[in-house]
Design a protein around this ligand. Structure first.
Ligand code: C2E
Ligand code: CA
Ligand code: CA
Length: 725
């Protein structure tokens, strides 16, 4: 009873299916019955052929195989079984005492053998031993397979994590790291294992990283998260931002599953951590931050950041009773370039200008783009005015050389106003405003220079604002007048030409002269409108006199450098001349030497175009500018106007009189006409006559007068007769 129960019990557990193969049916059936009585599931096969048929159709755990059989013997069945069911074990039954046959079978993979004739108890014991081993093996394989699957799953989970997963030992050395590290930072997991984690920290973050890990209170429930920069492999510079979370591993939870793949075994792990790449988020944040405080075109601090820094610098300087300087920079000629070459070129110019300006600065100085073509500069610690002057001179010089924009060579200058703390203001807004005011004074005085703010300027600036408003109105209400001053032939007293000089009939202040408003018109870009009105009026007036019989009467008009430098200068000028049907051959334009110095190539091109259309060109105030004699013969110039200062010097200062001699001699050599300006006395006239200078202009023949007075003058053939008449 007891043994039967054990057998049943074992059969349930084993449920082994056994194939019994013998060519003697009686023996096969005896064996099968015996095995069945022990609870096995036995199937008989009488002979090798039948065994092979059964192997093809049924599963077996074990085969009890007679070796010696006719036709298909035990070895042939073994071969077939190996091919069809390699998991099925074999016990061979051998009648032979020959050791070689049995050992051959064992070598071929048989698990055990039974000798005929067999003792039933021995046989059952042998079968049981093999069957048990078989099932154990299977169970093991099963577990192994599940383990491998589970491990593959975990590896998959760990390596497909969007984050870097790592483990550190007690010393902070990597003992496991997933393969994510390679795609994110370029390290192979194996090369990092055994390395201290500081190896991949950005130098700036090493201390922070180590401190965080060693903080006393961190645990799995209270992990430490910090943002840190990690270095990419092979490059000291390139870093990415990570959000790293790490905590010490609780040895209770961390059991010895130390077979994790990736890099390292994870043995000895004391810390577990993940690192999430937050570079894009950080960059986005940084960009938004940058955008709020910088000008994107030049990458300079913007107005807001400049004010911030200035505020800080003022507080600082105030505490240490130090000085600081605020500069207001405004580019000269930028607008013209931007208007004609387009905004893209304008942008490139601003970038190039920025570069040059920056090259002049020291660490700690803040250059900002204040808007348009305006820049502000903060020098946070200076000893005195001389420090600021030095920088200003450097900045001006840096912009002197031409800028190359595509095929265009352009020239910009810079006007700089300087306000020194504390004398030019104690608040941020005051300093900026006063630097701005000083800058306007530079513009008014001819640009490309620098000035310090002084109290008298701020009074000027209110006047200036009123005047600007008035001038705009004046242009609308036609308050400008054109007066004419005769240019007279000294030998015949005949009027050769008339110089148009602008006046402003101000409703309250009376008649204003160019010195009162011309500078302002240039700065505020009102000059082109002013010029247009003067030119229109002059063309109409002088055109009328020409048509009434004064065929050769010349009209001389003054042009500001600002206008001449404008790329569309020739076009706009000729448009007005044509619109008024004025004969171009009777027109002379007066420009100053300084205009020529800015960009000789472009200017000479323009002058040539004008000369080709018969327009005459005069150099005004000759001798006072950057006199460069070598341009004279390269340019289509017709007239030199000797400056008043040289004429005044006749009979008073010998040296300057010599200059008149030299100019006249030179003009003769170059076959240029000469007009002497500012002739007031008979003796000056006499002197000029003897020099051979025949055209004269000045109070001696009368000041500039309104058209109606000129009409009367012209009615007489010569000025002198008119004046005496
Ligand atoms: P400028 O071209 O050198 O003109 C000569 C200036 O000397 C004129 O002053 C004239 O009135 C003055 N003048 C003439 N004869 C004598 C004299 O015998 N003695 C003295 N002391 N002065 C004399 P104004 O009209 O005040 O013009 C000043 C400057 O303004 C001009 O100098 C010219 O550069 C500029 N200007 C005048 N009208 C215009 C204009 O329509 N457009 C432009 N762009 N500039 C103009
Ligand atoms: Ca003139
Ligand atoms: Ca002049």
């Amino acid at each position: 009873m007891a043994s039967e129960r054990t057998n049943r019990h074992s059969s349930q557990r084993l449920a082994a299916r056994i194939l019994v193969v013998d060519d003697e049916p009686r023996l096969a059936s005896t064996l099968a019955t015996l095995l069945r009585s022990c609870g096995y599931d036995a199937t008989e096969a009488h002979g090798g052929r039948r065994a092979c048929e059964l192997i093809d159709t049924q599963r077996f755990d074990l085969a009890l195989l007679d070796l010696r059989m006719p036709e298909v013997d035990g070895f042939a069945v073994m071969t077939h079984l190996e091919n069809q069911q390699p998991a099925c074990g074999t016990i061979v039954i051998s009648g032979e005492s020959s050791f070689t046959t049995v050992s051959r079978a064992l070598r071929r993979g048989a698990l055990d053998y039974i000798r005929k004739p067999f003792d039933p108890e021995d046989l059952v014991a042998t079968v049981k031993g093999v069957a048990d081993k078989q099932s154990l093996l299977k169970a093991h394989e099963n577990i192994q397979g599940r383990l491998e699957k589970s491990e593959a799953l975990h590896r998959y989970i760990v390596n497909s994590s969007p984050d870097i997963v790592f483990m550190l030992d007690a010393d902070g050395r990597f003992c496991f790291i997933n393969s994510k590290i390679e795609s994110m930072l370029g390290y192979k997991p194996v090369e990092l294992c055994g390395q201290h984690f500081r190896h991949i920290l950005d130098d700036r973050d090493v201390a922070r990283g180590i401190y965080a890990l060693n903080a006393p209170d961190i645990s799995a429930d209270n992990p430490r998260t910090l943002e840190i920069r990690l270095k990419t492999r092979g490059s000291r510079r390139a870093t990415r931002h990570f959000e790293v979370t790490a905590f010490p591993i609780d040895p209770q939870t961390w059991m010895h599953n130390g077979n994790t793949q990736g890099g390292g075994s994870g043995q000895n792990a004391c810390y577990y951590g993940t690192a999430r790449d937050v570079t894009e988020r950080k960059e986005a944040e940084a960009f938004i931050n940058f955008q709020a405080y910088h000008d994107l075109l030049t990458r300079l601090p913007n107005r807001a950041l400049f004010k911030d820094r200035l505020e800080l610098a003022i507080t600082h300087a105030g505490r240490g009773s130090q000085k600081l300087a605020v500069m207001f920079l405004d580019l000269d000629r930028f607008k013209i370039i931007n208007d004609t070459l387009g905004h893209a070129m304008g942008d490139r110019l601003l970038q190039a200008v920025t570069q040059r300006l920056e090259s002049c600065l020291r660490k700690g100085d803040t250059l900002s783009r204040f808007g348009g073509d305006e820049f502000t500069l903060l020098l946070p610690s200076i000893h005195g005015h001389e420090d600021a002057s030095q920088i200003a001179r450097k900045l001006i010089k840096a912009l002197k050389a031409p800028f190359l924009l595509g095929e265009h060579e352009v020239f910009v200058g810079v006007s700089i106003g300087i306000a020194i703390y504390p004398e030019a203001g104690s608040s941020m807004d005051q300093l900026i405003q006063n630097a701005d005011i000083a800058m306007y004074h530079v513009k008014a005085k001819g640009k490309d220079s620098y000035r310090f703010f002084s109290e008298s300027m701020s009074i000027d600036s209110t006047n200036r604002l009123n005047l600007e408003r008035d001038l705009r109105l004046a242009l609308k209400r036609n308050e400008l007048r054109v007066f004419y001053q005769p240019q007279v032939c000294a030998s015949t007293n005949r009027i050769m030409g008339l110089e148009a000089l602008v006046r402003w009939q101000h409703p309250e202040r009376g008649l204003l002269y160019p010195r009162d408003f011309l500078g302002l018109a240039e700065e505020t870009q009102l000059i082109s409108q002013l010029s247009e009105q003067v030119l229109d009026q002059a063309c109409r007036d002088v055109g009328k006199w020409i048509r009434s019989g004064h065929r050769d009467l010349r009209l001389a008009v003054n042009l500001s450098p600002v206008e001449v430098e404008h790329p569309k200068f020739v076009e706009t000028l000729m448009k007005r001349v044509k619109a008024n049907r004025f004969p171009p051959g009777n027109l002379e334009i007066e420009i100053t030497e300084n205009v020529l110095m800015n960009d000789l190539d472009q200017i000479s091109q323009k002058l040539r175009e004008l000369a080709d259309m018969d327009v005459r060109i005069a150099i005004d105030d000759f001798g006072t500018g950057y006199s460069s004699l070598n341009y004279l013969h390269r340019l289509p110039i017709h007239t030199l106007k000797v400056d008043q200062s040289f004429v005044k010097a006749i009979h008073s200062g010998v040296d300057d009189a010599c200059i008149v001699n030299a100019i006249v001699a030179m003009a003769h050599g170059l076959k240029l006409e000469i007009v002497a300006e500012g002739v007031e006395t008979e003796s000056q006239l006499q002197y000029l006559r003897t020099l051979g200078c025949h055209q004269v202009q000045g109070f001696i023949y009368g000041p500039a007068q309104p058209a109606t007075d000129i009409s009367k003058l012209l009615a007489h053939t010569t000025v002198r007769t008119a004046l005496s008449g």
